[in-house]
Write a protein that binds this ligand. Structure first.
Ligand code: IMP
Ligand code: MG
Length: 183
C-alpha cells in the first residue's frame, strides 16, 4: 500500500483527542504565561522542525513582545512511528550565546529529542533554555533530566497526529489532534 493510502486508512480509523477550539484555548493560556515570563527579555524562539512548525506559528502570533524566531531540525522518528536516535539536520543560524532561548516543539514523548536540544543549546552558552510543548504523552518512559516549562495538552500513550504531528509525513496541517489505537 502507498504511504498516502496507508495514511488515509489510518485517518479514517482515528479519533479526535483534542478539537480545534480546545487547542485554541490552550494556546491562549500558554501565550499568557509566556508573555508574563518573557516580555522584555528579547528571547530567541526556536522552532523544532518539522513538528514544531504549527505550534510555533499558532503560539508566536499570540505573543506581542519583541522576539527573534529561528529554527533547528533535530529528529528522532524520521518518518517512521518507531523511535530512533536523535539526528541533527540543522543547528540554529542565530547566535545562541547569551540569549534567553525558548524552544517550541509539538510533543514531549520520551524526551530524548528535547534533552539533546537542551544540552546542545546550553553548550552553546545560552543565558537560559526553556521548552514549551503543545502536547505531552502520559507514560513512565520519560528520559531523565528533561523538563518542559510550558506544557499544553495531555495525551494518552498512543500514536497521534495533527497540529504539527505526522503519520508518514502526512497530517501535520490538521487543526485537531487525532489518536490511533494500537500503534
Ligand atoms: P521523543 O524524543 O521521544 O520525545 O520524541 C519526540 C519527537 O517524536 C516529537 O518531536 C515528534 O516529532 C515525534 N513524536 C513522538 N510521538 C509522536 C506521535 O505520537 N506522533 C507523531 N510524532 C511523534
Ligand atoms: Mg518533532
Amino acid at each position: 500500500m502507498s504511504d498516502l493510502n496507508n495514511a488515509m486508512k489510518i485517518y479514517h480509523t482515528a479519533q479526535v483527542l483534542h478539537d480545534e477550539a480546545t487547542i485554541a484555548e490552550c494556546l491562549d493560556k500558554m501565550a499568557g504565561k509566556i508573555t508574563l515570563d518573557y516580555t522584555g527579555l528579547d528571547p530567541l524562539v526556536l522552532c523544532v522542525m518539522n513538528g514544531g512548525l504549527y505550534f510555533t506559528a499558532e503560539l508566536t502570533k499570540r505573543l506581542e513582545f519583541p522576539m527573534q524566531v529561528d529554527y533547528l531540525h533535530a529528529t528522532r522518528y524520521g518518518d517512521d512511528s518507531v523511535g530512533k536516535e536523535v539526528v541533527w539536520k540543522a543547528m540554529p543560524q542565530a547566535e545562541v550565546a547569551g540569549r534567553h532561548v525558548l524552544v517550541l516543539d509539538d510533543i514531549l514523548d520520551e524526551g530524548y529529542t528535547l534533552a539533546a536540544i537542551q544540552n546542545a543549546l546550553q553548550e552553546q552558552g545560552a543565558a537560559s533554555v526553556r521548552m514549551a510543548v503543545l502536547t505531552e504523552k502520559q507514560h513512565d518512559r520519560r528520559c531523565e533530566g528533561v523538563n518542559a516549562k510550558y506544557v499544553g495538552l495531555q495525551l494518552p500513550d498512543r500514536f497521534v497526529f495533527g497540529c504539527g504531528m505526522d503519520y508518514k509525513g502526512y497530517f501535520r496541517n490538521l487543526r485537531a489532534i487525532y489518536g490511533i489505537e494500537g500503534i
